[in-house]
Design a protein around this ligand. Structure first.
Ligand code: ATP
Length: 247
């Protein structure tokens, strides 16, 4: 898998992704209000906030699935106007909330479709599949089953596994814990954290399940009503009481 590009000695690497003064909404209703946020290269940034704070909207803006009204988006220091196909080519993978597997296809077919849409040859596709199955070996247990008949946790694993097939250097993960027991979420995130650290991947993780999410994160940002109200490291919010006070 491809490692994130390293900065030359003495120069700070630009953030993997950054938004400056980002304002966006739906039908004239503002959801993000001048948001400033940076995902440092090679780190996991956990974004938390109450329901409706605008976390998923930010993810969509970063991947080009929604358009901002003001502000700018920067990829590795370069101002961009994201489009999903261009972002995928730039090594960005997005796993939206709610899994999004093809329910009528087997897990193997779900993977094959992802490899096909990435334009990968058979041999390369097989090599990448093996790589992902090394990271998430439990996928082998339900490899030939229909994705729609799997449990929520198994579907989430397939969805993340499919995103990893593209060897992303930046991963946008929107609430992967939804519907998962804490232990299942840990089983999913622990190998991803290992992979992230090994390759220097940058991950923006939107989560409500803060206990487990903080354990695999380098930094935390708390959002409220479309704005950042706290930036720090997980230890700052270790007792969670401070976090609760913010809401
Ligand atoms: N397609 C849409 N059309 C209109 N309003 C939307 C749309 N998507 C989201 N919203 C609204 O924008 C606000 C922010 O939603 P968003 O999904 O970004 O929040 P969130 O922080 O991800 O919430 P949650 O934690 O519940 O997923 C909410 O009030 C939501 O109702």
């Amino acid at each position: 898998m491809t490692a994130a590009s390293k900065a030359a000695p003495g120069t700070a690497a630009p953030p993997a992704l950054e938004v400056r003064g980002l304002t966006a909404g739906y039908g004239g209703r503002e959801v993000l209000s001048g948001l400033d946020l940076a995902l440092p290269q090679g780190e996991v940034l956990c974004l938390v906030g109450h329901n409706g704070a605008g976390k998923s909207t930010l993810m969509k803006l970063l991947f080009g699935l929604h358009q901002p009204e003001a502000g700018s988006i920067h990829l590795r220091g370069r101002a961009i106007q994201p489009r999903p196909d261009a972002m995928a080519r730039e090594g960005v993978a997005y796993v939206p909330e709610g899994r999004g597997v093809f329910p009528g296809l087997s897990v193997r077919e779900n993977f094959a479709l992802a490899l096909w849409s990435a334009g990968l040859e058979k041999v390369e596709g097989e090599a990448r599949t093996e790589e992902v199955l090394k990271v998430l070996p439990r996928i082998r247990e339900f490899w030939t089953r229909r994705a729609g008949q799997l449990s929520g946790g198994q579907q989430q694993m397939v969805s993340v596994g499919r995103a990893l097939l593209s060897r992303p250097s930046i991963l946008l993960l929107d609430e992967p814990s939804i519907g998962l027991a804490p232990k299942t979420f840990q089983d999913l995130m622990t190998p991803i954290r290992e992979l992230q650290q090994r390759l220097g991947m940058s991950i923006l993780l939107v989560e409500q399940n803060v206990g487990e999410a903080f354990a695999v994160s380098d930094r935390v940002v708390v959002m409220k009503s479309g704005q950042v109200i706290f930036r720090g490291v997980p230890a700052d919010l270790a007792d969670h009481a401070r976090l609760m006070e913010m809401f």
